[in-house]
Design a protein around this ligand. Structure first.
Ligand SMILES: NC(=O)c1ccc[n+]([C@@H]2O[C@H](COP(=O)([O-])OP(=O)(O)OC[C@H]3O[C@@H](n4cnc5c(N)ncnc54)[C@H](OP(=O)(O)O)[C@@H]3O)[C@@H](O)[C@H]2O)c1
Length: 252
């Protein structure tokens, strides 16, 4: 990557992979400013402690499903001269209202399908629309969104998880289309979908308890290190791709 990003923005920054990315952007990457976005930063002691210790961290309340929330967040983010790196980690697999990955058709629920698309796919588009002017000010902008290998249509051998799979597949198509448009306007831009591997977070917890010891399960910190390594290596000609944590390309 040509130079480390001076100004970065991470969504989903209150927990899991997003929080670990914020930590490493501030420590290893020595980023000048990191906008750490999540729905309710005030309720995150982890983020609050980091903000107290490091004035480069700017917590921002942002809900990727709400244009009003994004507009309010832009009142803060819009003061930045530019954005060099955006990593959207906001994602939904299950929730406290009973949403669970479906094992069979009879468990599919239209409301949960729509909610998964809203967070996992449309959220990225809302961010892209709001942040495009700031990304255009960067000499080498990067816009990444965390997808998931289960969003690969070609790789789908096990079935199930309708809402999550389909919403991540939709995310992949949106990112590919966006990458094509942006490459015409800004040849140095990188826009891509990333798979972090299986990571021990609240999102994966209900599904990783019975994993065999031979199956990889990364800590959020390990995952953030892998992802930043991939991001650092991505070249503009790889924009529009779908990459795993080890840099290998995942089939659509
Ligand atoms: N963990 C894995 O094994 C794994 C595997 C493949 C892909 N992924 C992907 O990696 C990403 C990060 O997940 P994680 O494992 O770090 O889980 P996590 O800790 O649950 O993080 C998910 C984040 O999404 C945010 N979020 C959910 N709805 C949102 C909304 N409407 N607006 C803004 N933010 C919202 C949450 O923020 P708040 O609730 O704090 O607002 C939370 O910080 C997700 O996109 C996930 O699909 C994870």
């Amino acid at each position: 990557m040509t130079g480390k990003p001076k100004v970065a923005l991470v969504t989903g920054a209150c927990s899991g992979i997003g929080l670990a990315l914020v930590d490493q952007l501030l420590s290893d990457w020595e980023t000048d400013r990191v906008y750490a976005c999540c729905r309710n930063p005030d309720s995150s002691p982890e983020l609050y402690d980091r903000m107290e210790a490091d004035s480069r961290l700017v917590p921002v309340s942002l809900d990727v499903t709400s244009e009003r929330s994004i507009a309010a967040a832009m009142e803060i983010i819009g003061r930045a001269p530019r954005l060099d790196l955006v990593i959207n980690t906001a994602g939904l697999l299950h929730n406290e209202n009973g949403m669970r990955p479906e094992k069979r058709l009879s468990e599919v629920n239209a409301d949960d399908l729509l909610l998964a698309f809203d967070v996992n796919a449309l959220g990225t588009m809302r961010l892209a629309m709001a942040l495009e002017p700031l990304l255009k000010e960067s000499p080498a902008p990067r816009f990444l969104s965390l997808s998931a290998r289960v969003g690969s249509i070609e790789d789908n051998r096990a079935g199930g998880w309708y809402a999550y799979r389909a919403s991540k597949a939709a995310l992949n198509m949106l990112l590919k289309t966006l990458a094509i448009e942006w490459s015409r306007l800004r040849p140095r831009i990188v826009c891509a979908a990333l798979h972090p591997g299986t990571v021990a977070t609240s999102l994966s917890a209900p599904f990783t308890r019975n994993r065999k010891s031979t199956q990889q399960l990364f800590t959020p910190s390990e995952a953030a290190g892998h992802l930043l390594g991939v991001i650092a290596g991505l070249q503009p000609e790889q924009s529009g791709g779908f990459f795993a944590w080890d840099g290998t390309e995942i089939p659509w």
